[in-house]
Design a protein around this ligand. Structure first.
Ligand code: C2E
Ligand code: MG
Ligand code: MG
Length: 319
């Protein structure tokens, strides 16, 4: 468990990640060992404190370098696709929103967002990718004439972009243009906010005043304390898929999901369960009075045209 350090009135968490190499199997001199330890560090993740080098990392690092180089041309080569996954109200069974999810199709194969999004962030391309997404969403909303309230479009914002100065201008413009039929919401994770809670609250409050809502994504997986919920102008909590996966099989997960739903309701927030795959999970969430769900049991992420057809059928709206 990480112990916070007090800095004036703020609590700061410090984490260390270590890449390690073993003598003599990974290298017979300091230079070779440091090189392997650096590769291990690149391949480490935030949940593991010490990552040891293995030969597979070398080839995966080379693969990643190649992908990073290719990402620079993804937009000009028309390799990005904007997908949308419906969010459904559990009582009315109506689609009440969508999450915008990016896809990168390289040589006919989809590279998973969990792999390429951190790279986009790392190599500084996120502002360009974000702009591409906003422009696609803008074009789609202009076409989807039958969409009406209540309907929101949720857009994921990665941590570096969130704290950069002008990511919000385009969002505010998008929100203002389509305010008559949709709300724009941004999805941020607890991990993103914990970097600088004070500024995070300032940014979200400013956006809130412009009509942009906030969803806390992957709720329950960060290290933050509950007290931050008090200060955030957030409207929605998204329960992380890891809790939903174990909803039927693990009593503790069931209790946690139950408590999150109660907590959200008690503080006036809406709650969405993410990653719902089975009828049993759906039944339990209905029983627990969860507001809405997003998951493969109802809909997978899909391209805009397909989504609009699904929306028209689900809501009996006329195009
Ligand atoms: P996320 O924001 O938590 O998005 C939800 C992820 O859960 C999506 O994965 C969605 O396809 C997946 N999902 C939803 N329901 C189910 C289900 O029933 N079963 C399973 N197995 N998965 C389900 P996806 O599209 O692969 O995206 C992964 C992550 O990549 C997202 O997690 C988000 O953090 C990031 N991401 C995707 N698109 C964007 C984007 O445009 N911008 C940014 N900054 N991040 C993005
Ligand atoms: Mg999300
Ligand atoms: Mg999520």
């Amino acid at each position: 468990m990480l112990e916070p350090i007090k800095l004036n009135s703020d609590e700061v968490y410090i984490k260390a990640t270590i890449g390690a190499a073993t003598y003599p199997s990974d290298g017979k001199n300091a230079r070779a060992l440091i090189y392997c330890a650096e590769i291990a560090l690149i391949n480490s993740n935030e949940h593991i404190e010490v990552t040891y080098y293995d030969d597979e990392m070398q080839s995966s690092s080379e693969r990643n370098l190649k992908l990073e180089a290719e990402l620079h041309h993804a937009i000009e080569n028309n390799e990005l696709e904007q997908c949308y996954q419906p969010i459904v109200d559990l009582k009315s069974k109506k689609i009440v929103g969508i999450e915008a999810l990016l896809r990168w199709k390289k040589n006919g194969c989809y590279i998973p967002p969990a792999q390429f999004i951190p790279m986009v962030e790392e190599i500084g391309l996120m502002p360009a990718f974000h702009l591409w997404s906003i422009n696609s969403i803008e074009a789609a909303l202009t076409q989807w004439s039958a969409i009406t309230h209540p309907f929101h479009v949720s857009i994921n914002i990665s941590p570096k972009l969130f704290f950069s100065t002008n990511f919000s201008n385009k969002l505010i413009e998008l929100s203002a243009t389509h305010a008559n039929k949709v709300r724009i919401a941004i999805e941020v994770t607890e991990g993103c906010l914990i970097e600088d809670m004070k500024r995070g609250v300032e940014i979200l409050t400013m956006l809130n005043k412009k009509g942009i809502q906030t969803t806390i994504d992957d709720f329950g997986t960060g290290l933050s304390s509950f007290s931050y919920l008090k200060n955030l102008p957030a409207t929605t909590i998204k329960i992380d898929k890891s809790f939903i996966d174990e909803l039927a099989s693990n009593k503790k997960s069931h209790a946690i999901v139950h408590s999150i739903i109660q907590l959200a309701k008690n503080i006036g927030m809406t709650v969405v369960a993410e990653g719902v795959e089975s009828q049993t999970q759906l039944d339990i969430l209905t029983q627990l009075d969860c507001d809405s769900i997003q998951g493969f049991i109802l809909y997978q992420p899909m391209l805009g045209d397909e989504f609009y057809q699904v929306y028209l059928e689900n809501t009996d709206a006329k195009a």
